[in-house]
Design a protein around this ligand. Structure first.
Ligand code: SIN
Length: 488
C-alpha cells in the first residue's frame, strides 16, 4: 500500500467491464521500482481472452454511452478531474514509485493529466456539425459529428497518468468507450485512475484497463479486433509502424504520437539565462525520458562557449537520487537497457571527438541511474545525432549560419518538437516556419499543456492530442443530404 493516504487507490488487479480481475489463467508478473529494484506489486497477466472481454464490454457499453447527453458525460469527466485533484499526492507517489520521476515532477504530471479531464469535460458540450449550402435548391446539407466507437489506447511508461487522460478524456467526452493497455512498467497509476473513474460514475465497460507484460498478445487483439474502430498510441516510431500495419486489416482510424529526436537552436542573440534554463527543462525533464525532450542542441558559434560553460555548471549541480527523497531532480532511468543505451551514446560521441563537460558515467545512486551529462562539440555523425537517447545526456553541436542550423535540425526522419532561443522577431518567424516539427518552443523548453495541439509531422506521428482538435480524433463526420425542401 506504500504509504498512500487512500489505500483503495492501490489496485493490483486488471479492471475489465467494471470488475477487478485479480487472476487470469496466464499467471502474473512482478512490477519493480526502478529506483531500488525492489518488487512493488504482482499484477495479473492479461492476454487475448481478457482483451476480447474488455473489447466486447466496451462495445456493449458504447450502445448506452453514445446516447447519453454531452452534458452528462461532461459532468462525469469533471467529477473524475476533481477526484484526481483530491488524490494528487497519492497519484504522484504511485508515479514516482513505478516510473521513478522525482515527486515534484510527478505532482506536476498529475496536474497536467487532470487538466485533460477538465478541458475535455468542457469540450464535450462544444461539438458542432455544419450546415453547408447545397448545390440544388431543393436540398439541404447538414453534418453531424458522432463518436467513432470502441477505442483502444496503448500508453507509455514515461507519463503514466497524462498519456491516459490525454486519450481517455476526449474519447469519453465524444461518446466513445475505451480499453487501455498501459505500459507493463506503470500499471498502478492507470489502475488508480480506473478506481477514480468508477467513483466519478464512469459506467462499467466504458473505461477498462488491461494489465500484463505480453504486449504482443494484447496489442495483437486491440489492433486486430473488428469491434475496435480506433487505435491511439504513444510510444516509439518503431512500434507505431507495427501497430499501423496490424490495424490496416480492419481499417482502423489511428492516432500515433511517436518518437522525437528534438533539435534546439540557440542563436547568438539569445538571452543566455533563458536559454540555459529552457534547455535544462527541455533536456532533463523526467531524466531525459520524454518524446519532446531535447536531443540535439545546436548552439551558434558566438555564444557556444558561454552557453556550454553556464549550462554544464547547472547540470553538474543537479541532484540525483530516489525520486521520493527531498530535493532530487534526476531520478532513475526506467531499466538497465535504458542506461546501457545512454552509456553507448556517450561513449560513441566521445570516441568520435566530443568533449565531456560533466557526468559521462553511471551514477552511484543505483543500477538504473546515470549522471547528468553534457557533451560539447559533438560531431554530426555521432549516434546521438540520429537516435533519441531518452536519457540525461545533453549533446551540444556548433553551427555558424541560420540556414545551416535549420538544415541540421531538419536532417532527421522525426518531426515532433523543436525549440529555438533568439530575441530577433524576424528570425523567430523565419526559423519557426522552416522547422519540420509539429510543435516549436520559442524561448521556452516546456510546451506541453492541455490547450495546445500536441503531435508531430514526418515519422513522429499522426493526429493531434489536447486542444480543441483533440476531440475531433474521436469523432466521425456524417453528412445528411436532405432532398425535397421546396423554398417558400
Ligand atoms: C511524451 O513524452 O510522450 C509526452 C510528453 C509530454 O506530454 O510533455
Amino acid at each position: 500500500m506504500d504509504n498512500l493516504s487512500d489505500k483503495s487507490l492501490w489496485r493490483t488487479a486488471a479492471y475489465i467491464d467494471g470488475q477487478w480481475v485479480g487472476e487470469t489463467s496466464h499467471g502474473s508478473y512482478d512490477l519493480t521500482n526502478p529506483a531500488t529494484g525492489a518488487v512493488l506489486a504482482v499484477l495479473p497477466r492479461c492476454k487475448e481472452a481478457e482483451t476480447d472481454r474488455a473489447i466486447e464490454a466496451a462495445n456493449r457499453a458504447f450502445g448506452q454511452w453514445r446516447k447519453t447527453s454531452a452534458q452528462h458525460r461532461a459532468d462525469i469527466l469533471r467529477r473524475w478531474y476533481e477526484l484526481m485533484v483530491a488524490a494528487r499526492e497519492d497519484l504522484a507517489r504511485l508515479i514516482t514509485l513505478e516510473e521513478g520521476k522525482p515527486l515534484s515532477e510527478a505532482l506536476g504530471e498529475v496536474d497536467y493529466a487532470a487538466s485533460f479531464l477538465r478541458w475535455f469535460s468542457e469540450e464535450a458540450t462544444r461539438v458542432r456539425g455544419d450546415t453547408i449550402p447545397a448545390k440544388l435548391t431543393s436540398q439541404r446539407i447538414v453534418t453531424l459529428k458522432q463518436p467513432i466507437g470502441v477505442c483502444a489506447a496503448i500508453t507509455p511508461w514515461n507519463f503514466p497518468a497524462a498519456m491516459i487522460t490525454r486519450k481517455a478524456g476526449p474519447a469519453l467526452a465524444a461518446g466513445c468507450t475505451m480499453v487501455v493497455k498501459p505500459a507493463s512498467q506503470t500499471p498502478l497509476t492507470a489502475l488508480a485512475l480506473a478506481e477514480l473513474a468508477e467513483r466519478a460514475g464512469v459506467p462499467a465497460g466504458v473505461f477498462s484497463v488491461l494489465t500484463g507484460n505480453d504486449t504482443r498478445a494484447i496489442g495483437g487483439r486491440l489492433t486486430g479486433h473488428d469491434l475496435v474502430r480506433k487505435l491511439t498510441f504513444t510510444g516509439s516510431t518503431e512500434v507505431g509502424r507495427v501497430l499501423l500495419q496490424q490495424s490496416a486489416a480492419t481499417i482502423k482510424t489511428c492516432s500515433m504520437e511517436l518518437g522525437g529526436n528534438a533539435p534546439v537552436l540557440i542563436f547568438d542573440d539569445a538571452d543566455l539565462d533563458k536559454a540555459v534554463e529552457g534547455v535544462l527543462v527541455a533536456k532533463f525533464r523526467n531524466s531525459g525520458q520524454s518524446c519532446v525532450g531535447a536531443n540535439r542542441i545546436y548552439v551558434q558559434n558566438g555564444i557556444f562557449d558561454a552557453f556550454a560553460e553556464r549550462f554544464a555548471e547547472r547540470v553538474a549541480a543537479l541532484k540525483v537520487g530516489n525520486g521520493l527523497e527531498d530535493g532530487v531532480e534526476i531520478g532513475p532511468l526506467i531499466d538497465g537497457g535504458a542506461v546501457d543505451k545512454v552509456q553507448a551514446h556517450v561513449e560513441d560521441a566521445i570516441g568520435r571527438g566530443a568533449k565531456l563537460l560533466c557526468g559521462g558515467v553511471r551514477s552511484e545512486a543505483g543500477a538504473n541511474f546515470f549522471a547528468p551529462t553534457v557533451l560539447a562539440d559533438v560531431p554530426a555523425d555521432a549516434d546521438i545525432a540520429r537516435e533519441e537517447t531518452f536519457g540525461p545526456v545533453a549533446a551540444l553541436f556548433r553551427f555558424r549560419e541560420d540556414a545551416e542550423a535549420v538544415a541540421l535540425a531538419n536532417d532527421t526522419e522525426y518531426g515532433l518538437a523543436a525549440y529555438l532561443f533568439s530575441r530577433d522577431a524576424a528570425r523567430i518567424w523565419r526559423v519557426s516556419e522552416a522547422l519540420e516539427a509539429g510543435m516549436v518552443g520559442i524561448n521556452t523548453g516546456f510546451i506541453s499543456n492541455e490547450a495546445a495541439p500536441f503531435g508531430g509531422v514526418k515519422q513522429s506521428g499522426l493526429g493531434r492530442e489536447g486542444s480543441h482538435l483533440g476531440i475531433e480524433e474521436f469523432l466521425e463526420v456524417k453528412y445528411l443530404c436532405w432532398d425535397g425542401v421546396t423554398p417558400l
